[in-house]
Design a protein around this ligand. Sequence first.
Ligand SMILES: N[C@@H](CCC(=O)N[C@@H](CS)C(=O)NCC(=O)O)C(=O)O
Length: 151
Amino acid sequence: MAKLMEDEVFKAFTTYAAIAILKMMLMAPMTAYYRFTRGAFANEEDVARMPAEERKKKLRTHPEVERVRRCHQNDLESIIPFVLVGLFYTLTGPEISAALLHFRLFTGSRIFHTIAYIGPLPQPSRALSWMIGMLAIFSMAYRVLSIVIVL
Ligand SMILES: N[C@@H](CCC(=O)N[C@@H](CS)C(=O)NCC(=O)O)C(=O)O
């Protein structure tokens, strides 16, 4: 394990995986921020301390809160596969330049995806950033499978 931690590709992977995971985790406090500022809560107990006439009004969905939640959901659909496939890819011993290209493209694309989703920026900016992230994962998966495939 200590030896793995000295490997340049593994260190690069750990760096970018940590950035992507932290970005994804930021979506939770961002959801909370949107809930409070837009006054849109999900559970009875969240509004229990509010005056009775406000309670019903605040127990609702809000388009901007839902947008942040969809963005968070999309991160989960993309960043978890990146962390798993990226780990397998790292273990195949790729060139550092190729590995960095994959990790940077993926992480950059996810940061841009969030900006495009929350902004919101006009399409196809979000779709393109999502596609770049997916391509990076598929390209890593292709290398993994072409090296280790056992059927
Ligand atoms: N679960 C996604 C699958 C396809 C996807 O991830 N599309 C990208 C590019 S259009 C996206 O940002 N979808 C919006 C979303 O997941 O809320 C969906 O329902 O749209």
